[in-house]
Design a protein around this ligand. Structure first.
Ligand code: PTJ
Length: 255
């Protein structure tokens, strides 16, 4: 039975995670993020963001629904057709899917750039090292000579050859403000965000409402979709799916 140690000051809390636990996968995913914080890769705010994501995943049914699959397939096509596709990596992505995101960049012939909302040089370096350990040959982001216009502070910093000059950017779990600033630069934006109501979800050209831990492996195996995708309609369908599921669940609790 795997054990997890949580250290909090002098306190060591031992949590046993039996594989038979009905929430095993969800608990393992949390464990990756807690480890990410301890390693100095994930921000504490990343834990809060994940909690919000989990809530929406619950409403979806913790599976890849057809509308997410469509968006994933369209995203693959857009990235494959792009001239300079870039995948933006933050502290949550690096903790949850370090090898998956490197393989995806390989498949899509995309650059990887560490681009943080809560930017520190130390975190950038640690994430870069983690990606290289997982097989990345080159990681952008440490040398950030360009700025995303319209954003203040360090979250505007990006690499000239990376996000700054990208035509298509995959921005998983992105802050709404920056997603809009990237769009304002004329870039095609693709997000992976479990909250279909977030500003990022509404701003992006393609919104994948799926858990990052499912979306990335899916995007490794799905075939590209070259047909048009109506992103707003896809989002409406996703919300309807949640609404119908809740209606169904409410029936179940009635006597
Ligand atoms: O590492 P940093 O400093 O770049 O910070 C990264 C976070 C994620 C903390 C930062 O970008 C942030 O604060 O993001 P937001 O504004 O909280 O948005 C994160 C979005 O991702 C929310 O809409 C969540 O519902 C969603 N989300 C959280 N976990 C997942 C997710 N979507 C897909 N898969 C997840 N596992």
């Amino acid at each position: 039975m795997p054990h997890t140690l949580y250290r909090s000051g002098n306190l060591i809390i031992m949590v046993k995670l039996p594989k038979s636990h009905p929430r095993y996968l969800s608990l393992k995913t949390r464990e990756l993020l807690v480890n990410g914080v301890e390693e100095g890769i994930t921000s504490k705010a990343g834990l809060i963001a994940h909690g919000r994501g989990e809530m929406f995943d619950y409403l979806i049914g913790e599976e890849t629904i057809e509308f997410a699959e469509k968006a994933e397939r369209k995203a693959i096509a857009e990235m494959l057709e792009a001239e300079n596709p870039v995948i933006s990596v933050n502290g949550n992505v690096a903790a949850l899917v370090p090898s998956g995101i490197v393989s995806l960049a390989d498949r899509l012939d995309a650059k990887l750039e560490v681009n943080l909302f809560h930017r520190t040089e130390e975190r950038i370096e640690k994430i870069e090292k983690k990606l290289i350990k997982n097989g990345a040959k080159k990681v952008y982001g440490k040398r950030a000579g360009a700025k995303i216009p319209g954003l203040d502070h360090d979250r505007a910093l990006c690499a000239e050859e990376g996000i700054f000059s990208a035509d298509v950017v995959l921005i998983p779990l992105e802050d709404g403000d920056r997603a809009k600033a990237l769009k304002d630069m004329g870039k095609k934006t693709i997000t992976i965000d479990l909250n279909p109501l977030s500003r990022t979800a509404k701003t992006a050209d393609i919104t994948i409402v799926d858990n990052l831990v499912r979306a990335v492996p899916n995007m490794m195996k799905f075939e590209p979709m070259y047909d048009d995708l109506d992103n707003d309609k896809n989002l409406r369908n996703t919300l309807d799916h949640m609404y119908n599921r809740l209606k169904h669940l409410s029936q179940e609790v009635r006597p």
